[in-house]
Design a protein around this ligand. Structure first.
Ligand SMILES: Cc1cc2nc3c(=O)[nH]c(=O)nc-3n(C[C@H](O)[C@H](O)[C@H](O)COP(=O)(O)O)c2cc1C
Ligand code: SF4
Length: 399
């Protein structure tokens, strides 16, 4: 008779590359909107201190642009020498709370807003950027080399600041994700066409980041399993890319996501589409138009607990690499299910915006579900200090 192994305790420690995480809970990247001057602010430090004090093992600072045109709106934290002292202070404060800290590093590509950055956006091919109503540039060989170097430099700045990990953004339609997409990447050179060619740039970046990160830091990647659009990157290809990343030995874990900030944002959130609230933060001339057509762009999906689990299981079956389950994790039942299914970690975004100390509550034996109602009204708050709209003003993160 065979006996099944004992269930993994989600509050037990676990290895992530060179790191020891105190438990299995990671704070997912939720752009904090607290870096007006493109460097760390006191409020950003306080935001992550509160998250760290709430019991998670590792928090993620988001989003850190590796180059000025790769910033989403021009006020994103920009990785450069001047950012290092602030990042060091943030890392020290998180460490003092007993948690580790990761930086999500990326290039927004077609998701960048050229009106805000003052620079043209860059994608795999020249195309109309619907967010800015301007044409983007197709990345040249030189730009691909420059951006690869910028990722490596970004990882080095983060390492110099004493961070524990970097998460390379390969999802949500950002630059590296758009290169993976058969729909967006129709190049005919060695960077487009076959899956091997489309994966070349992301793999090259990860190899450069791995080298720059050194022995002390973990390297993870946030990878789209599906873009959530017809003709986009989907499981048949994303599982294969994940296998290549495992073989390359460039990542210590993968965090699995989906959707596209450019083409289908609600695919990675699920729940209500905050059309009226998004329209409210737009410039007056396009506000009315957005109210009319925003429901199409923000096509909504019903929320389900652990909504990416069926897709993520395909990766678990194909890989040995540690995997981080993301997407609608808001109950201990889902966390236990994830552990039973062989995921090493879970990542949570909105549940922790709603209740930063949820993990501590769970650890104390309170098994209640998250109070997040998936209204997604936190989405439009990213421009003025990301917060859950149900949390009283004086209790908000980074107040
Ligand atoms: C306000 C907000 C900001 C976000 N910003 C980012 C970001 O900068 N980078 C990223 O990869 N994902 C971002 N996300 C997506 C989350 O990381 C996560 O993929 C998504 O919220 C689903 O996880 P959840 O159900 O635990 O919230 C953001 C989510 C929210 C709610
Ligand atoms: S605003 Fe609050 S309740 Fe609504 S989705 Fe965001 S975190 Fe959840």
């Amino acid at each position: 008779m065979t006996t099944s192994p004992p269930p993994i305790d989600p509050f037990s420690s676990a290895d992530l590359g060179p790191l020891k995480l105190r438990n299995r809970f990671v704070k997912a990247a939720t752009f904090e909107g607290l870096t007006r001057e493109t460097v760390v602010s006191d409020r950003l430090v306080e935001f992550h201190r509160q998250i760290a004090a709430g019991g998670i093992a590792m928090t993620t600072v988001a989003y850190c642009a590796v180059s000025p045109e790769g910033s989403t709106d021009g006020s994103t934290l920009l990785l450069r020498q001047e950012a290092v002292p602030g990042l060091t202070r943030l890392a020290d404060v998180v460490h003092a709370e007993g948690a580790l800290v990761s930086a999500q590093i990326g290039h927004a590509g077609l998701v960048a807003n050229p009106a805000a950055t003052g620079l043209p956006s860059i994608g795999p091919t020249r195309q109309l950027n619907p967010l800015a109503m301007r044409r983007s540039l197709a990345a040249s060989e030189d730009e691909i080399a420059r951006i690869t170097q910028a990722f490596a430099d970004g990882a080095r700045y983060v390492a110099d600041a004493g961070f524990d990990a970097v998460e390379v953004h390969l999802g949500h339609g950002y630059l590296l994700s758009s290169f993976l997409s058969p729909k967006l990447n129709t190049r005919t050179d060695r960077w487009g066409g076959s899956l091997e060619n489309r994966a070349r740039f992301p793999r090259q970046v990860l190899a450069a980041v791995r080298e720059a990160a050194g022995e002390r830091m973990a390297v993870t990647a946030k990878l789209n399993m599906s873009d959530g659009v017809p003709g986009g990157f989907w499981l048949d290809e994303s599982v294969e890319v994940a296998r290549w990343l495992e073989q390359d030995g460039t990542v210590d874990a993968l965090e699995l996501t989906g959707g596209s900030s450019l083409e289908n944002p609600m695919y990675y959130f699920r729940g209500e589409a905050p059309v009226a609230e998004m329209a409210q933060i737009m410039p007056r001339p396009i506000r009315r138009a957005f109210k009319l057509v925003g429901g199409h762009f923000l096509h909504s999906y019903p929320f389900e607990e652990g909504y990416f689990l069926p897709y993520a299981r395909q990766f678990r079956a194909a890989l040995h690499l540690p995997l981080i389950l993301l997407g609608g994790v808001g109950s201990m039942a889902t966390v236990r299910q994830a552990m039973d299914d062989g995921f090493e970690f879970v990542a949570m975004g909105r549940a922790l915006l709603r209740e930063p100390d949820l993990v501590q509550q769970w650890q104390a034996g309170q098994d209640q579900d998250s109070l997040c109602i998936h209204c997604n009204k936190c989405m439009p708050t990213i421009y003025g200090g990301t917060h859950c709209v149900l949390v009283p003003r004086d209790e908000r993160l980074g107040r």
